[in-house]
Ligand binder design. Structure first.
Ligand code: ATP
Length: 322
């Protein structure tokens, strides 16, 4: 049996008014580094809290290591490690006091499981007498990871561990996850940073509580159905407005210094013609090139398709009442 499963999990708040998780089914495989990728409010934390038994689902079933997330909550709490999104350690306790505290809570000692945290703890050891509240973001994150690992969990849940952390610490953190994975721990990690998706073996793209796609990052990228273009001009904002009005263009959105564009199905993709039209409309330094999509492009495409199908089904329902 897969170590993490969700079957038709739904979670609402405020007496059903806020739909946070919408009929989600997922399986995470043994020893996998699995990413839950989505923006703020997508439902990632709600899913983590259900899997770590801190929240009850409205509907559906979930299990971790074969234990039911509702009935077997005690067994789950013993066998998982959880690093919540918000910094969860005791700010007034020192680094070593925090670690001792979490070890004691799980009925173990730092010495007993030191091999588990050694590589990470060695990096914060020089600050072992410093209060957690006075550590840098990257250090706090390393300490939180040590505390989540101190009882040798079989499954590790990390909710947005790199949010608000500098680029170097983010890189170091992902290197640590790769090392932990090699020790056989199943890791489920969430992030709003699309560039981190490619560091996972498989990912689920989540938006408004719905899973839009689950696969390897590579397969999701390869499934992008059309050719993508990047267009640049001296005035990027005016370029975006012009492109939105162009009848041949299906979608366009700002992406760094470029606008990413796909053409409508059935239209002849004439980039030379488009360049000329843009220049005739006063755009300067126009550049158009074919590019390969990134996970972020795939996410945007899936989101647009989801919105369109929801709109069509809602229009259909309205039509039924007429
Ligand atoms: N206790 C709550 N009461 C009401 N609404 C909530 C509550 N917790 C979460 N929500 C709402 O549920 C939706 C999903 O939130 P959730 O925290 O699970 O998403 P997330 O992807 O983890 O985003 P974030 O990073 O912002 O926490 C959001 O619309 C959020 O505002």
């Amino acid at each position: 049996m897969n170590p993490v499963t969700l079957e038709h999990i739904t979670k609402t708040y405020e007496a059903g008014k806020v739909l946070a998780v919408d009929d989600v089914s997922l399986e995470v495989k043994e020893g996998e580094l699995f990413g839950l990728i989505g923006p703020d409010g997508a439902g990632k934390t709600s899913i983590f809290r259900i899997l770590t038994t801190l929240l009850l689902p409205d509907k559906g079933t979930a299990s971790v290591k074969g234990y039911d997330c509702v009935k077997d909550y005690k067994a789950i709490r013993r066998s998982v490690g959880y690093m919540p999104g918000k910094f969860s350690l005791y700010q007034d306790l020192t680094v070593s006091e925090n670690l001792h505290f979490f070890a004691t809570l799980f009925g173990t000692t730092i010495d007993a499981n030191y091999s588990m945290i050694k590589d990470i703890y060695e990096q914060i050891k020089p600050f072992s007498d410093r209060r957690a509240g006075r550590l840098s973001g990257g250090m706090k994150q390393k300490l939180a990871l040590c505390c989540a690992l101190i009882h040798k969990p079989e499954v590790l849940f990390l909710d947005e561990p790199t949010t608000g952390v500098d680029a170097v610490s983010r890189k170091e953190f992902w290197d640590m996850l790769q090392t932990l994975k090699q020790q056989g721990i199943t890791i489920v990690v969430s992030t709003p940073y699309m560039d981190e998706a490619v560091l996972c073996e498989r990912i689920a793209l989540i938006q408004s509580g719905k899973i839009m796609s689950v696969d390897t990052p590579e397969t999701i990228i390869n499934a992008f159905p059309v050719q993508l273009y990047a267009i640049k001009a001296a005035d990027i904002y005016r370029l975006l407005t012009t492109l939105r009005e162009d009848q041949t263009i299906d979608s366009c959105y700002a992406f760094g210094e470029y606008v990413h564009v796909t053409f409508r199905e059935g239209t002849v993709t004439d980039t030379t013609g488009l360049k000329q039209r843009l220049e005739q409309q006063g755009h300067r330094q126009v550049e158009i090139k074919e590019i390969s999509p990134s996970i972020e492009d795939s996410f945007i495409r899936l989101m647009q398709e989801k919105n369109l199908s929801e709109k069509n089904s809602s229009d259909g329902r309205k039509g039924d009442h007429m």
